[in-house]
Design a protein around this ligand. Sequence first.
Ligand SMILES: Cc1ncc(COP(=O)(O)O)c(C=O)c1O
Length: 411
Amino acid sequence: MKNHDSAFAGISEPLLDLAALRADTPGCEEVIHFNNAGCGLMARPVLQAMLDHLRLEAAIGGYEASAARAGEVADFYASLAELLGTRPGNIAFAASATHAYTKALSAIDFRPGDVILTTRNDFISNQIAFLALRKRHGVRIVHAPDHPDGSGVDVDAMAALMRSHRPRLVAVTHVPTNSGLVQPVAEIGRHCRELDLLYLVDACQSVGQYPVDVEEIGCDLLTATCRKFLRGPRGSGFLYVSDRVLQAGCEPLYIDMHGARWVAPGYYRPVDTAARFEEWEFPYATVLGCAAATRYALRVGLEPVSRRTPALAGRLREQLAALAGVRTLDGGPAPAALVTFTIEGWEAVPFKAALDARRINSALSYREFAQYDFADKDVEWCLRLSPHYYNTEDEVDAVAGAVAELARSAR
Ligand SMILES: Cc1ncc(COP(=O)(O)O)c(C=O)c1O
């Protein structure tokens, strides 16, 4: 095995007080949580915000409780706006990233023959939604090729496709669920702005792991969940909608009494803000948990997080790559904190179960999650390990040690 300590000598992030951050994270005492790409561990203030609100609802009534906490509810929008470099009125709450994504898609008046230009590494549910649009509206789905050097999508080729197809929508996943690849979303965005193309970014795995700035990316729409690297609760997500899109009058297909005013018997008017993409009913405890998680992330600081988190994953990837029978799969010059690999001699479920038994949380990805990427890599399934900044170097080494032992036992 290589000496990983020398390669990652700079991994310790002086700005992060790891002991305090771990003390703030009850789950750190229970498990080695390397499934942050599934769902991060909530910090105490997030849990507390949610529990407090549920107690308040029980004590004074649900509508009364949300009215009493209107300031904290407003901070859901303010904190996310701060995180993403936009204004509160450009943020909509959603029940999941996919919910936000399909709401956004529903606002586009697709016609037969319209092109959706995407990549070979887009999230499974987005791809299924495009296929559903093809079935219903006859859109054409065009996949930009990957760069031969393995760095992700070939931006020049994608830009050429933008010019030749004039797509109705350009849709790119920043970091896919199936590998640590980081796509050059800002470079793609510059082409979209130059050609005035509608640009939708799925930032589900990057928000909370990297600084994500919607102006820098140049996107019109951006979706994410709060439960992954942002460490918020399950059942949450959001949609960023640019002023351009709002001012163009885009609205979701189904808009309700929260998103629109019924101003005359035969007429409704969408509200001016991204709230037109929301619905009336909200899980307020969840919304407050998201606000607490976003404030927490802002306090910890996305710059130090984005240095430490992928570096921890790099330390793990390097140790795994050195093991006989293990093949790491993450492409790109600077992969994110999603470490994916295959292991000889194991089936998917027993392998994950063997890690579960060691209290190591992980996730499986199957061919159907990534039809293009896994076909290119000739992979039927892989295991995904996704540390976060609150994990330790010792945990990384313990996980690598566990995989080494399992790899040996299969040979
Ligand atoms: C890249 C990416 N996009 C979208 C999603 C969907 O998120 P949600 O489950 O909140 O709909 C995921 C979930 O794993 C993801 O990894």
